[in-house]
Design a protein around this ligand. Structure first.
Ligand SMILES: Cc1ncc(COP(=O)(O)O)c(C=O)c1O
Length: 403
């Protein structure tokens, strides 16, 4: 089997070899438990963790004491949403989020509803951005938390975080953001952006899988979350469990490298992404999904009309990309993010997310352009719908019989 070219960096990123190098001693000689206070094995491990805490804090403009290490962003999202609800439910029981959030946020919100909370799932505009007037209209005196993601994992759209947090604060609510796709890719600063809680994950920025962090503001205001894991009281009581020291050291190193290289990397990747996007939108009836101005530098989500989705994925086996379909147990469902922008099921299915990354080369992008163009053109040549479209028949006006 040919190994496909990896353009799925929103799903996960390959680990940077420099990160692995930093981690290795913590699997071997520096194997201590960071909570062991009585001997040097523990101290050395704790030193590694403390340094990583500084590295992570620096990347997002926080202070070390505001970083809680977790097993990844799913846990961070859950801890933030359920933890805030439990801590502040006497103050109010209302949470606001958007329909395009990751399942880790949406499902944590569903859990809150089961616990007696009320959650408003706001729609987004056609370009994927949240309408600030719609947010403001949804705020109530009962609202304790607004949770809006920083950059979307499917379309890359960057929300107006500063404006959103200002609205949340105006009504006395906390602001939380799932910044998994944005941290390490664009400058994120918790103070500039008015963020009270922020979820991040190492494997999305060239670190190891299974480790992440939750930023919890300590000053102006001091934010508290109820722990979701009971035990030894690690991480200042907010997240019990022996720390994954090698993983945390890797997270720290990955954060440091992003801080140093993010700016030049973003320039290089957005140029490559634009090259890919421009070459593919030359094809007729192809559309870029989501706002293209407020977008992460490495992502392009493109729909190809009159191309059958499954056929497209089959024809693109040489590229590791994501489609606008999600596998559920029974069938292929169109992406709920693309649907929320107003795309039809068919168009969502025939959409491809290209996610470039640190190790993507220009040759790979050129190859991806050729593979995609050929796939789309060949599939359309076999499509009766495409033929009808080329004959000038208005397909949108046809009422198709139900099967
Ligand atoms: C926006 C977003 N939030 C949360 C997650 C979950 O992160 P993790 O894999 O660290 O649990 C992901 C990963 O797919 C994501 O893209």
């Amino acid at each position: 089997m040919n190994i496909p070219i990896y353009l799925d960096n929103n799903a996960t990123t390959p680990m940077d070899p420099r990160v692995l190098e930093a981690m290795i001693p913590y699997f071997t000689t520096k194997f201590g438990n960071a909570a062991s206070r009585n001997h040097p094995f523990g101290w050395v491990a704790e030193e590694g963790v403390d340094y990583a805490r500084e590295q992570v804090a620096k990347l997002i403009g926080a202070s070390e004491k505001e970083i809680i290490f977790t097993s990844g962003a799913t846990e961070s999202d859950n801890l933030a949403i359920k933890g805030v609800f439990e801590m502040y439910k006497e103050k109010g029981n209302h949470i606001i989020t958007t329909v395009t959030e990751h399942k880790a946020v949406l499902d944590a919100c569903k859990h809150v509803e089961k616990m007696g909370g009320r959650v408003t799932y706001l729609p987004v505009k056609e370009d994927g951005l949240l309408d600030l007037a719609v947010l403001e209209a949804a705020m109530t005196p009962e609202t304790i938390l607004v949770s809006v993601m920083y950059g979307n994992n499917e379309i890359g759209v960057i929300q107006p975080i500063k404006e959103i947090s200002a609205i949340a604060h105006k009504y006395g609510a906390l602001f939380m953001t799932d910044a998994v796709q944005a941290v390490g890719k664009i400058p994120v600063d918790v103070n500039r952006d008015g963020i009270d809680l922020l979820a991040l994950s190492a494997h999305k920025f060239y670190g190891p899988k299974g480790v992440g962090a939750l930023y919890v503001r300590r000053k102006g205001p001091r934010v508290k979350v109820t722990a979701q894991m009971d035990g030894g009281g690690h991480e200042r009581g907010m997240r019990s469990g022996t720390l994954n020291v090698p993983g945390i050291v890797g997270l720290g190193k990955a954060a440091e490298l992003c801080g140093l290289e993010m700016e030049s990397e973003a320039k290089r990747l957005s140029a490559l992404r634009d090259k890919l996007q421009n070459a593919l939108t030359v094809l007729e009836e192809s559309y870029v999904n989501g706002n293209v101005e407020h977008r992460l530098p490495h992502v392009a989500n493109i729909s190809f009309k009159y191309v059958e989705g499954e056929g497209l994925m089959m024809a693109m086996k040489d590229l590791a990309v994501s489609s606008g379909s999600a596998c559920t147990s029974a069938s292929l469902e169109p992406s709920y993010v693309l649907k929320s922008l107003g795309l039809s099921d068919d168009l969502a299915h025939s959409s491809i997310r290209f996610g470039l990354g640190r190790f993507t080369t220009e040759e790979e992008v050129d190859y991806a352009i050729e593979v995609t163009k050929t796939a789309v053109t060949n599939l359309r040549n076999m499509s009766p719908l495409w033929e009808m479209f080329k004959e000038g028949i208005d397909l949108d006006s046809i009422e198709w019989a139900e099967h």
